[in-house]
Design a protein around this ligand. Structure first.
Ligand code: SF4
Ligand code: SF4
Length: 327
């Protein structure tokens, strides 16, 4: 494996040391990252048409170095044009991976109305996937996968992947500390609980409601009680003073946009020691809003929730980029 000295140039951590195992209706590929919102379109490929085969790591790093060389020469890889994650920095130029997104599955046990899978749930629940565990094991054996970056999931629901428990268990054992698992919260996972208890893993559950009826209207499944019970149990596994459970609320205008619903969501989180909050706005509504005139009611509601969360002294309250854009 080649080791080169640090150099200063424009790049990003994914171009340098990231990988995304991706799968969807447009194909199953190994890519540099999962970010598609760059003006250049993202989608920077490493291997096309990949379905879990053994990886030739020399070939993998040869391709990664070609992208790196474009950046070092002052150019920009075409998919990365205009990306907000590009930064001038000293990059160490070694051949390794420290950031991974597992986005090789689309099956989910929930049915959120705002999810991309909503267009054809049956098809997305049946889409063929593969097992990433042997790949991760191989990377660790070869010293290719290192700690220090970010491990994340796309999907789909990660906890229903057959290899999920074994994969997370291995990563926890190997000392990975920045593992982020978005989950519907419907299935309780002992390995998530373990990762929370050691402070190595954060689970993110988008509850989007504070009542059984609203939850059901959005998720098309009667699982509010189960999800809140599970998220409370996860929160109880947190170390004292450490926060590893994120509660998310995506505002869907005319569905869950009352002050009462959002206030109750804040109270629920505070009461149960869930101190990491994220507020977002439904993407399809925002796309429409871009052309229409501003809906002051939604903007006021978002400002109100932000202020209220500050008053209630949550450890962290974040607005997603879409919500920030609106305000
Ligand atoms: S610059 Fe943006 S699009 Fe390119 S690899 Fe980094 S995150 Fe992905
Ligand atoms: S939990 Fe996530 S993957 Fe599942 S339907 Fe909802 S948004 Fe989609």
């Amino acid at each position: 494996m080649e080791t080169r000295n640090k150099e200063k140039y424009l790049s990003c951590k994914w171009l340098e040391s990231g990988v995304c195992f991706d799968n969807g209706v447009y194909g199953s590929n190994v890519k540099v990252c999962c970010y598609l919102s760059a003006p250049g379109g993202g989608n920077t490929m490493i291997f096309k048409d990949y379905h879990g085969e053994k990886i030739n790591w020399d070939e993998f790093f040869k391709i990664k170095r070609e992208y790196r060389d474009i950046q070092k020469a002052g150019g920009i890889v075409s998919g990365c044009q205009g990306c907000i994650f590009l930064e001038e920095n000293y990059w160490d130029n070694d051949d390794y991976v420290d950031s991974v997104i597992f986005d090789h599955f689309t099956r989910c046990n929930c049915n959120c109305s705002y999810c991309y899978t909503d267009e054809d749930k049956k098809m997305y629940n049946k889409l063929k996937t593969y097992n990433v565990y042997p790949i991760v094991e191989d990377m660790l054996k070869r010293g290719i996968l290192k700690t220090g970056g970010a491990i994340g999931f796309g999907g789909g629901e990660p906890t229903i992947l057959p290899e999920f428990e074994k994969l997370i268990s291995l990563l926890l054992k190997k000392g990975f500390t920045n593992i982020r698992v978005p989950s519907s919260g419907i299935k309780y996972s002992k390995i998530i609980e373990k990762g929370i208890s050691t402070g190595q893993l954060t689970v993110v559950v988008s509850i989007d409601s504070s009542s059984r009826e609203t939850y059901k209207a959005i998720k098309k499944i009667d699982a509010y009680n189960k999800v809140t019970k599970n998220i409370i149990k996860y929160a109880k596994a947190q170390q004292f003073g450490s926060y590893n459970v994120t509660s998310k609320y995506i505002i869907i205008p005319k569905v869950n946009d009352t002050q009462e619903e959002l206030e109750n969501w804040l109270y629920f989180n505070k009461k149960n020691n869930i101190e990491l909050l994220v507020l977002d706005i439904e993407n399809s509504w925002l796309s429409k809003y871009r052309e229409d005139k501003p809906d002051e009611k939604i903007l006021d509601l978002m400002r109100y929730v932000e202020t209220k969360a500050k008053e209630m002294e949550f450890f962290r309250f974040e607005l997603c980029d879409r919500a920030k854009y609106l305000l």
